[in-house]
Structures are given as structure tokens and as C-alpha cells.
Design a protein around this ligand. Structure first.
Ligand SMILES: [Zn+2]
Length: 166
């Protein structure tokens, strides 16, 4: 009997804390970050921090400055996937993951990768199916003026955008 649920199956390897847990979709193999609580706009989902700063980005790092890339702690935050209609934002300045769209318990926590990445190490084609899907995700540097108006960006990206003078 075949039954493929659209709800991602939780793997055995679940790292969990008060607000969210990581799980693996057994069909696609993708890791996801799920909320264990409901959040409203401006709620703090989690504090985060980092210990090392790397010169070069990789697909798990978040940019905090020119040639400055961090690995998020707690580490399960790195499972947060991209969406062009995100419900969370990594505010690097205050080191908090903030809710920007109401999140229900059990919902996936997503953020807009270019909100924190200027020129991505590993661009990809998005298939989030949101109304305003950007398509190719390669960093804030490549967004159109119109796309830029829809999102919140880290202080570093805002600084880069100001210098970019588009
Ligand atoms: Zn998209």
C-alpha cells in the first residue's frame, strides 16, 4: 500500500529545543526546521551566536560582513530553508531569529537567503511557488529594485545596497 504524505516524516535524528526542531524529509532527504510553537510578527524565535568567522562562504554559513561568514549556533538553525515568502529573519545585529510572518506550531521556519547573503556561494533555482518567487537565488546583489522593496535585509546587506547605488 502506497501512501506518500506531504507532511515531512521526522527522522530519528531530531535535535530539539524549546522552540524548534530539525527533521529530515525521508523522500527528498532535505533537512527542515520546524516550529514547535506559534509566533507572531516581531516575536523572537531564537537567540543565536557564533564562535568562528570564516573568510569564505559555504552553503551552511550566513554572511555578517565583507569576507565574514559564520556557522550558526545552535547548529540546528542551519536547517532553516529558503523561501521567497519567508516567515523569519536572521537579525545579525541583535543576534536574534525574528518572526516576520505569523508562524503556527508545526510550520516550517524559512528565511529569504538573500536577506543575509550578498553574492552566494551556491546559487540555485527556487521552487517555493510563492506568488513573488524570485526564481534564481544568488544573493541580494542580483535582486531587482522591485524585489528589494519586498524584503528586510541585514545591516550589512543594507550597507552593500546603499553602496551599490542602483
Ligand atoms: Zn521562490
Amino acid at each position: 500500500m502506497k501512501s506518500f504524505s506531504k507532511v515531512p516524516k521526522k527522522s530519528i535524528d531530531i535535535s530539539s529545543n524549546g522552540f524548534a526542531e530539525k527533521s529530515t524529509d525521508v523522500i527528498t532527504g532535505y533537512r527542515l526546521l520546524f516550529s514547535k510553537k506559534s509566533f507572531l510578527i516581531d516575536d523572537v524565535i531564537s537567540d543565536f551566536h557564533w564562535t568562528n568567522i570564516y573568510d569564505n562562504p559555504n552553503y551552511l554559513t550566513v554572511q555578517i560582513g565583507e569576507n565574514q561568514h559564520i556557522e550558526l549556533l545552535p547548529t540546528h538553525l542551519e536547517c532553516a530553508n529558503h523561501s521567497c515568502d519567508p516567515n523569519a529573519f536572521f537579525d545579525i545585529t541583535i543576534k536574534q531569529l525574528v518572526c516576520i510572518k505569523p508562524i503556527k506550531e508545526g510550520e516550517e521556519i524559512t528565511f529569504f537567503y538573500p536577506s543575509a547573503e550578498w553574492d552566494m556561494d551556491r546559487p540555485f533555482d527556487c521552487s517555493c511557488k510563492s506568488l513573488f518567487c524570485v526564481g534564481r537565488i544568488e544573493g541580494a546583489k542580483y535582486l531587482t529594485k522591485e524585489q528589494l522593496t519586498r524584503y528586510r535585509f541585514t545591516d550589512f546587506i543594507q550597507q552593500k545596497l546603499a553602496e551599490d547605488k542602483r
